[in-house]
Write a protein that binds this ligand. Structure first.
Ligand SMILES: NC(=O)c1ccc[n+]([C@@H]2O[C@H](COP(=O)([O-])OP(=O)(O)OC[C@H]3O[C@@H](n4cnc5c(N)ncnc54)[C@H](OP(=O)(O)O)[C@@H]3O)[C@@H](O)[C@H]2O)c1
Length: 357
């Protein structure tokens, strides 16, 4: 038995809570009896609630093999250690997809299980498990938010015409998919230029979707406070401004100013990301124009790109490009990304890319 089938089920269970577990990872669990029959399942539904192992084990007295996509925790956090519970419930074998990258756990859960005589099998569907929890891994390893760019372009890479017209480049189907992508992230980030040009709401209109945090990069506070992006008092908005900007404005309680360092009249993105992380923003979807996207790419902040491409061609040198301001004279100096998937949202396609060659 290689447990891949059951691990696939764990990943599927974990995904049920996508967008809801932050700052925690997504975890699913399956328990088998000594004959290999499934006797319980569970998943981590939300930060502060039961871990996947505790959820699955709460439904049974005992079991033989426990399969879980992340190493069971060994420490007291918001809930007691899962490794202790697994031992207490008399589990004989634990199958894990990946070790926990949280330095408090990092192998200690496995050690605890092995010391208690539990057999531990590691690395089952490890790559898939790491993909699933890419945000958590980035947070734990770098203490920084995971950053993704979403853009919608023509076939010639434009996000608007030279007159600024940008509605709509992609189809309704694609735009519905954007709603689903937004729901995976803690926050949406955009810029003063995009708020002024498009007055977007940048919310998630799916049934039961969460209230997203909004971040507006607006160095000199030139956006209109009546813009749609500021209109929902249930949605927290951070406005990133120059730390030296004299502030006399009074904002409603859901709007908070983050004072950032600036360099050459631009917000220092590193400083902004550090400040957002300290406020609990673990993942950010950037939906801005080419100037800001270019900065994110040029400074290597983009962990992922979702690019919707419509089969439309503008043939216009002056139309705005999806990525700008970081001109490279040689192909060898281009910023390289790896294609992870290509999906059809007819008539458009969505290319999802991650860092690397
Ligand atoms: N198709 C799409 O997917 C899509 C998505 C979004 C937007 N758009 C289009 O994009 C257009 C706007 O694009 P754009 O290139 O003019 O503007 P942009 O990239 O949205 O924003 C640029 C602005 O961001 C601010 N900024 C602050 N710190 C920065 C930094 N470190 N690096 C870069 N910018 C920084 C600056 O304004 P401050 O000085 O005020 O801070 C700057 O003018 C709009 O027409 C909109 O329709 C298209």
């Amino acid at each position: 038995m290689n447990f891949e089938k059951q691990m696939k089920k764990c990943l599927k269970l974990a995904l049920k809570a996508e967008g809801k577990t932050s700052p925690n990872p997504m975890v699913g669990c399956v328990v088998l009896d000594e004959n290999g029959n499934e006797i319980s399942t569970g998943y981590h539904k939300k930060c502060g609630e039961k871990h996947a192992e505790a959820d699955a084990l709460s439904k049974i007295e005992t079991g033989h093999t426990l399969i879980v996509n992340l190493e069971p925790c060994s420490h007291f956090g918001k809930t007691p250690p899962c490794a202790d519970l697994i031992i207490k419930k008399g589990i004989k074998r634990v199958v894990i997809a990946m070790r926990d990258v949280n330095p408090i756990v990092a192998g200690n859960g496995i050690k605890k299980l092995k010391n208690a005589g539990v057999e531990v099998i590691e690395n089952v569907l490890e790559k898939e498990a790491k993909d699933l929890n890419e945000v958590f891994i980035k947070n734990m390893k770098e203490n920084k938010p995971f950053v993704a760019i979403k853009c919608a372009t023509t076939l010639d890479g434009k996000i608007s015409t030279s007159t600024g017209d940008s509605k709509w480049i992609t189809s309704e189907k694609s735009r519905h998919e954007v709603q689903k992508i937004r729901n995976k992230y803690d926050a949406i980030l955009t810029t003063s230029a995009t708020v002024i040009a498009d007055n977007p709401s940048m919310n998630c209109r799916l049934k039961n979707s969460k209230n997203l945090i909004k971040i507006v990069v607006d160095r000199t506070l030139k956006t209109d406070i009546n813009a749609k992006i500021y209109s929902n008092p249930k949605e927290k908005v951070y406005i990133a401004v120059d730390e030296n900007l004299p502030m006399k404005n009074v904002f409603p309680p859901h709007i908070e100013i983050i004072k950032c360092k600036t360099k050459n009249n631009k917000i220092d993105i590193e400083d902004l990301l550090t400040k957002l992380y300290s406020k609990g923003v673990m993942s950010i979807l950037v939906e801005s124009g080419g100037t800001f996207n270019g900065e994110i790419i040029g400074k290597n902040f983009a962990d992922k790109i979702y690019q919707f491409i419509a089969p439309k061609i503008l043939c216009d040198n002056d139309g705005k490009s999806a990525y700008a301001g970081q001109k490279q004279l040689y192909i060898k100096n281009a910023f390289n990304y790896k294609i992870k998937s290509v999906k059809s949202f007819s008539p458009d396609i969505l290319i999802t890319l991650c860092k690397g060659l």
